[in-house]
Design a protein around this ligand. Structure first.
Ligand SMILES: Nc1ncnc2c1ncn2[C@@H]1O[C@H](COP(=O)(O)OP(=O)(O)O)[C@@H](O)[C@H]1O
Ligand SMILES: [Mg+2]
Length: 244
C-alpha cells in the first residue's frame, strides 16, 4: 500500500524509445515530472505524444529506456497494474462507454482499487464536487453528453483511482474555444488539488497556460525544453505552434 512518503513521487523518463515494427515513433526522449508539477508535451500530429503516454502506461512495448515513478521501475509493471501505482490516464479520444450511465463510467475508473480499500464512495463524491455537471447527469447515458462533458467524464473516471500523477492526452481535441477554457479551468483545479500533471497537446496556447514546464516534440524527439513562460516567448515556437 502506498505510504505517506510515496506521495513525493517524481516521474523520471530517460532514453525512452518506442518502435512499431521498423518505425521509430519515439526516439530516446527524457523528461521528468516532480510532485505537484505540471508538465506539457506539445507537438504536431504524429510527433509521438500518444506513443509516449502509452509507453508510460505499458500499453505499447518500450524499446529501451528507464521509467521510474518514485521508487517504482514502471518498465517492470504490467499495463493493468500501472494505475495501482498512482498514475491516472485520460486517453486520446476520451473513450467513455456511451451505452453506460455517467455514474457507471465513473465506477469503472475505480476498478483498480480493491473493494476492501473502500473509499470508492468518497472518490465519487470528490469527482462530483469537482464536476457538478456530472452529478446532475449521473443517470444519463454517457453517449448523451456533449463533447466537453464527455471529456470531464474521462477526467473524472481517471480520478476515481485517486492518482497522484495524471496523464492527459489531448483533452482539448475537438472542443470549441469556450470548452477549451473549461478544460483549462479543470486542469488548474487539478493542479490546485496537488496532483502532478503530464499534459499532451497540439494546443500550445492551452498547454502554456496550464503548465509550468514544457517539452516540444518533433518527429519522435525532444526538440526543445524550457519553462512554459520561456517557450511561449520563443520566436520559433510562436511561429510554429502559436501561428504568430
Ligand atoms: N499502432 C501503430 N502502428 C504503427 N505506427 C504507429 C502506430 N501508432 C502510431 N504510429 C506512428 O507513430 C508516430 C507517432 O504517433 P503518435 O504517437 O500517435 O503521435 P501523436 O500523438 O503526437 O500524434 C506516427 O508516425 C504514427 O503514424
Ligand atoms: Mg496523439
Amino acid at each position: 500500500m502506498p505510504g505517506e512518503d510515496e506521495k513525493a513521487e517524481t516521474l523520471t523518463v530517460e532514453d525512452l524509445s518506442v518502435h512499431y515494427g521498423g518505425v521509430c515513433a519515439v526516439r530516446s526522449i527524457g523528461f521528468s515530472v516532480a510532485p505537484g508539477q505540471s508538465v506539457g508535451i506539445i507537438g504536431a500530429n504524429g510527433a509521438g505524444k500518444t506513443s509516449t503516454l502509452k509507453a508510460l502506461m505499458g500499453l505499447v512495448p518500450r524499446s529501451g529506456g528507464r521509467i521510474r515513478f518514485g521508487g517504482t521501475d514502471l518498465t517492470k509493471v504490467k499495463a493493468r497494474d500501472v494505475v495501482r501505482h498512482g498514475i491516472g490516464y485520460v486517453p486520446e479520444g476520451r473513450h467513455v462507454f456511451p451505452g453506460l450511465s455517467v455514474e457507471k463510467n465513473l465506477m469503472l475508473g475505480a476498478y483498480a482499487r480493491s473493494w476492501r480499500d473502500g473509499g470508492t464512495g468518497e472518490a465519487l463524491a470528490e469527482v462530483y464536487d469537482l464536476f457538478p455537471v456530472l452529478k446532475e447527469m449521473r443517470s444519463r447515458l454517457a453517449g448523451a453528453l456533449s463533447g466537453g462533458q464527455q471529456q470531464m467524464l474521462a477526467v473524472g473516471r481517471a480520478l476515481m483511482s485517486r492518482p497522484r500523477l495524471i496523464l492527459l492526452d489531448e483533452p482539448s481535441m475537438g472542443l470549441s474555444p469556450k470548452l477549451v477554457e473549461d478544460i483549462l479551468a479543470v486542469l488548474v483545479r487539478l493542479r490546485e488539488e496537488g496532483l502532478s500533471l503530464l499534459l499532451v497537446e497540439q494546443n500550445a496556447k492551452l498547454t502554456f497556460e496550464a503548465t509550468s514546464d514544457c517539452v516540444v516534440m518533433e518527429n519522435g524527439e525532444v526538440a526543445m525544453t524550457g519553462t512554459s513562460r520561456e517557450l511561449r516567448e520563443d520566436v520559433q515556437v510562436r511561429r510554429i505552434y502559436l501561428g504568430l
